[in-house]
Design a protein around this ligand. Structure first.
Ligand SMILES: [Zn+2]
Length: 221
């Protein structure tokens, strides 16, 4: 009986990463693990990193879907309301602009930040890293982009603020009849796909893949 072990993600033999446990800060040497497995902390047992099956494909698939939903969110009305017989539609960029003009700068900036800028930056940086890696390559400045991407470590917070911004957006309109538009449903889908894209690949794996692809690039020169 033959057993297949998949250690799919590439790494350089001379590079050793260390990873600290999120809970107890114990340092561990990163070893390549089998696909579908997770490495656990030797002190407290919490998960250090995972080798997810077809990680790049999953991250890219969720990422591209999220990007399409983002376009829908920007383009289509978030809500439409009926005030005194007048139907008016509000999109997210329209709401930001309207709030800014009417003196609600703080909430305008918050909504722009957590519904537009942060999700987009996160998404673009992930795709910028993962799409060329599908072909074993990297695009320029990938290490810098990776550091930016890692800066979104507080992803859960972005998620919470995203929800908060959506709720405050809805609270702004207590008028008449409100109907949820395509933009609203896109926002929900975007949140799920964004979480799927980010969870699709482990940061430790991403660093190893970048190192391996970057060294190939240097050799080719
Ligand atoms: Zn630990």
């Amino acid at each position: 009986m033959s057993q297949h072990h998949h250690y799919t993600w590439p790494r350089l033999p001379d590079v050793h990463h260390r990873v600290a446990c999120h809970f107890c800060d114990t340092l561990h040497e990163v070893d390549l693990i089998e696909e579908g497995r997770a490495a656990h902390c030797q002190e407290c047992g919490s998960v250090l990193y995972r080798n997810r099956p077809s990680s790049l494909q999953r991250a890219v698939a969720f990422g591209v879907t999220a990007l399409s939903l983002f376009v829908l969110l920007m383009w289509f009305p978030f809500i439409s309301m009926n005030a005194q017989g007048n139907l008016s539609e509000v999109s997210v960029p329209g709401a930001v602009l309207g709030l800014w003009m009417r003196g609600g700068q703080f909430i305008a900036i918050s909504i722009a930040m957590f519904v537009i800028i942060l999700p987009l930056l996160m998404l673009l940086s992930l795709l910028y890293l993962c799409v060329p890696l599908l072909f074993g390559r990297t695009w320029p400045a990938s290490n810098m982009v990776m550091k930016i991407f890692q800066g979104f470590h507080a992803w859960v917070m972005v998620e919470v603020f995203f929800l908060g911004a959506i709720v405050s957006l809805l609270k702004l309109v207590k008028l008449a009849e409100i109907q949820l538009g395509i933009g609203f449903w896109s926002a929900g889908g975007l949140m799920i796909c964004l979480a799927g894209a980010v969870a699709g690949i482990d940061r430790t794996e991403l660093w190893d893949r970048l190192d391996a692809a970057n060294s190939l690039r240097k050799e080719a020169k």
